[in-house]
Design a protein around this ligand. Structure first.
Ligand SMILES: [Zn+2]
Length: 132
């Protein structure tokens, strides 16, 4: 197993175990590249792809799976998944299963939210005073 620290770091910082949820590999790669660009101050999108073995090494419950997707309803391709189901009209998606993004707020958003809460509290207080 190759241990890729950047993939490992990205996943441990941004993702967590989440039963039944999944993230597609192309999406994970896109986010990983964005992360590398910010972290290393890169001007171009890096060629590096996320290392699947590194992801799987983080949590034994993460599963790497290739699934067939119905071209019509975009759910798992199963007989009768939708009215347009057709045996051959399917596409393939590679996913990591049982994974989700950690809820993260950047500082600016956090600040804005705090101010909004304070403003709301003030408003409630004012309303209360008016009524009394
Ligand atoms: Zn379908």
């Amino acid at each position: 197993m190759t241990k890729d620290d950047r993939s490992y770091n990205y996943i441990t910082i941004h993702c967590q175990y989440e039963e039944g949820n999944y993230i597609s590999l192309p999406e994970l790669n896109k986010r990983f590249k964005e992360y590398l660009m910010v972290k290393y101050n890169l001007e171009r999108i890096p060629r590096d792809s996320i290392n699947i073995n590194s992801i799987l090494a983080i949590d034994k419950r993460f599963v790497h799976r290739r699934v067939h997707i119905c071209k019509h309803c975009h759910n798992i391709h199963l007989k009768g998944c939708c009215n347009n189901y057709n045996r051959i009209e399917r596409t393939t998606s590679v996913r990591i299963i049982n994974i989700g993004y950690k809820q993260q707020m950047d500082d600016h958003l956090h600040e804005t939210l705090n101010q909004t809460c304070i403003a709301l509290e003030d408003l409630k207080l004012e309303n209360k005073q008016v009524r009394e």
